[in-house]
Design a protein around this ligand. Structure first.
Ligand SMILES: Nc1ncnc2c1ncn2[C@@H]1O[C@H](COP(=O)(O)OP(=O)(O)OP(=O)(O)O)[C@@H](O)[C@H]1O
Ligand SMILES: CC(=O)N[C@H]1[C@@H]2OC[C@@H](O2)[C@@H](O)[C@@H]1O[C@H](C)C(=O)O
Length: 388
């Protein structure tokens, strides 16, 4: 069987740039194999990034402006597709997550709502490649959160025959997939949910303390020079989101600028230095992850595999190791799957499953009442008059 060459595209809640992964895929589930040919992160043009962050923070814009940003994002995604393929035979499929600008989990009386910009129709028209986009809506339509969608991909790429594992993504927001050992009815025992803040609050705090000169705390060194204020960590952990049982999802709507300002106000009462504030927020991130395992998993994992940009934050990794005690903490790189490009790879796989008519969501992770095929297909010829 020939492999299918797919470009997976993801820009997450950190809004730091477009992760593009060019992969070759064979198989479907337990025989699924993905080879990463090329992976690259293309930063957003600064002005576009500012606009996206403003929308995420609740800025009012007209429908016309929204349409223009939708297309501007599609154009940079299409550029990423062009660039990542240089030197390789062309891909036949694109799986594009797009850029989340709004996410509202479902409530008892209403379906969820999740908006990703960077329309697939334009990506397809610009590249001439079949493009699958809008992955979250089909899950939301059957009562799900539309997130997290990565757990089914994690199951087939990262489960182990004997070992219980947690795959912990630390992006802007954190999310976990619990994978029991691959035997008996293992699929039914998988769990997944958004753990809460990943780097979102840390990044915002660094930007606040440096007046925007820095966007994140490299390796967590600044936080490592401070000390966590435990009474504050306890106070913040008592918040509703952390107590809510899965399935659950969240975003910058909750763990964003307003939340950070509340944290900073709390920190003033303890006269914390910037380094202490960063250490305290790091502790919240680490403890919210580990506490959720203890509260919501059938058993603690034997191993935690980190991915996402936060896996490079050495101080956060160290705090996770301490809180997890005997559980070994590695990155997915160490078991052969790129920690940086795992999400982009996942959307390539979800697009591939879409073409094969296979379901992409896991009910236990999203709360949907059915397993469904995810994503809208855009299949048009490239239009030479349109330029990237
Ligand atoms: N060397 C590093 N040290 C510390 N933090 C880092 C490092 N490299 C990346 N990061 C953090 O990772 C973040 C980006 O992570 P990532 O790209 O996984 O997020 P995302 O995909 O946008 O988010 P999400 O998974 O929530 O959608 C950066 O904003 C930064 O906080
Ligand atoms: C709405 C949205 O974009 N959610 C993201 C976000 O980033 C991390 C976490 O929150 C996760 O659940 C989800 O993305 C991953 C790719 C997912 O759906 O599995």
């Amino acid at each position: 069987m020939h492999p299918t060459r797919v470009v997976g595209l993801m820009s997450g809640t950190s809004v730091d740039g477009i992760d593009a992964a060019l992969v070759e895929i064979v198989g479907t589930d337990l025989n699924l194999k993905v080879e990463l040919l090329a992976g690259e992160t293309y930063p957003y043009p600064a002005e576009l990034r500012e606009k996206i962050l403003a929308i995420c923070a609740g800025a009012s814009i007209s429908i016309a402006e929204l349409a223009a940003i939708d297309d501007a994002i599609a154009v940079v995604f299409a550029q990423a597709v062009q660039n990542i393929q240089v030197g390789y035979p062309p891909a036949s499929l694109i799986g594009s997550h797009g850029q989340t600008v709004y996410h509202r989990p479902p409530q008892q009386q209403s379906l969820g709502y999740s908006l990703q910009l960077g329309r697939g129709a334009l990506i397809s028209r610009l590249t001439g490649i079949t493009t699958i986009s809008n992955f979250r809506v089909a899950d939301i339509a059957v009562g799900g959160h539309g997130a997290p969608l990565v757990p089914r991909v994690d199951a087939y790429l990262l489960s182990h025959p004997q070992e219980a594992r947690c795959i912990q993504n630390i992006g802007g927001i954190g999310n976990v997939t619990y994978l029991p050992p691959r035997r008996d009815d293992w699929l039914a025992q998988i769990r997944g949910w958004d753990t809460g803040p990943g780097n979102s609050l840390l990044d915002l705090a660094v930007q606040y303390f440096t007046n925007g000169d820095k966007s994140y705390d490299e390796n967590g060194s600044w936080a490592a020079s401070g000390s966590p204020c435990y009474p504050l960590v306890e106070k913040w952990l008592s918040q509703d989101y952390f107590r809510l049982p899965p399935p659950k999802s969240t975003g910058r709507e909750l763990f964003g600028v307003t939340y950070l300002h509340q944290c900073l106000q709390d920190c003033q009462a303890y006269q914390l230095s910037p380094a202490d504030v960063l250490a305290t927020i790091t502790e919240l991130t680490a403890a919210s992850i580990v506490n959720s395992y203890r509260a919501f998993l059938p058993q603690m994992p034997e191993r935690v595999l980190l991915c996402g940009g936060g896996s490079q934050n050495l101080y956060l990794k160290h705090r996770l190791e301490l809180l997890l005690r005997s559980v070994k903490v590695l990155t997915t790189d160490e078991v052969g799957l790129s920690a940086t490009f795992k999400e982009a790879i996942a959307f390539a796989v979800l697009a591939y499953w879409r073409q094969l008519g296979l379901s992409g969501n896991l009910r236990v992770a999203t709360g949907a009442d059915q397993e469904v095929v995810l994503g809208e297909i855009h299949q048009v010829r490239a239009c030479p008059k349109l330029t990237i």
